[in-house]
Design a protein around this ligand. Structure first.
Ligand SMILES: [Zn+2]
Ligand SMILES: [Zn+2]
Length: 268
């Protein structure tokens, strides 16, 4: 399976998953032209995309969805509450509602959804599974990581996971207090510390790739996140390729190959 973030952060999120000829985008937070340009850098076209799956209705995840879907006739998959909250009109678009905590198929890919805790109507994280069992998980915009999300993301060969902010940078930074409170709340975003704490319970022997996503441009830095991830991996004792998705450019695609057919051992 090939996985590539087109860009990630509070100004836009979209991630390509591709296997056996099926291509899906998780989120369409960039406008039509931006999405086209970013896909082109990866050697792909919007006309080749089979589906857009939406995690939740916030603009940085849904901004370009309606236009892209209408122009290219791409079906949009989202929960009914997310469709409604995002004002994605099922009469105008090819909308395919799904339930959280269930699975659905798009071409050769199986998508497993799980509800997350965030200030949105019915937000989701996903595990995308290829025909040969290769699994890639994506989760961002989490206030806290509950037990069902932890269990859902275990056993993935590749993970894209939120590391939104450095606590000190957020606390001492220039955001208004109301926004700081929202980010820090149970329905906000994960700090680097909280992300690493959760990842210590999620990653295992079978995890090959970890990409940290949705970094705050004002309250975080790639070097801090990388240091946190290095610390996590030495604590957990596994070797994993670590990447950090940026806001302004797509990342190099990750070629995800299934390492463990027996599934993973949990380390904690
Ligand atoms: Zn977001
Ligand atoms: Zn959000």
């Amino acid at each position: 399976m090939l996985v590539a973030s087109l860009g990630s952060g509070s100004a836009g999120n979209s991630c390509l998953f591709e296997s056996d000829g099926t291509r899906i985008l998780v989120d369409a937070g960039f406008g039509l032209r931006q999405t086209q340009q970013r896909l082109k850098l990866l050697g792909r076209e919007l006309s080749e995309v089979d589906a857009i799956i939406i995690t939740h209705e916030h603009g940085d995840h849904v901004h370009g969805a309606a236009k892209i879907a209408a122009k290219f006739g791409i079906p949009i998959y989202a929960t009914r509450d997310t469709l409604e909250a995002a004002r994605l009109d099922p009469r105008k678009l090819s909308a395919r509602p799904f339930e959280n905590n269930a699975s659905f198929r798009i071409g050769e890919l199986e998508v497993h959804s799980c509800r997350v805790i965030h200030d949105a109507a019915d937000p989701s994280c996903f595990v995308v599974e290829a025909r040969d069992g290769t699994r890639a998980g994506i989760a961002s915009d989490l206030g806290v990581v509950d037990a069902s999300v932890l269990a859902h993301l275990q056993g993935c060969d590749a993970l894209l996971f939120e590391a939104n902010h450095d606590l000190d940078m957020l606390r001492t930074g220039s955001y208004p207090w109301s926004l700081k409170r929202r980010i820090l709340s149970r329905h906000g975003h994960l700090s680097n510390e909280d992300a690493m704490e959760a990842l210590a319970r999620i990653v295992g022997e079978g995890t090959r790739h970890l990409t940290l996503i949705h970094l705050s441009e004002r309250n975080n830095h790639e070097s801090i996140v990388r240091a946190c991830a290095d610390d996590l991996l030495s604590r957990v004792g596994v070797r994993i390729d670590v990447g950090v998705a940026t806001q302004h450019a797509p990342m190099s695609p990750i070629d995800v190959v299934r390492r463990s057919k027996k599934g993973q051992m949990r380390l904690f």
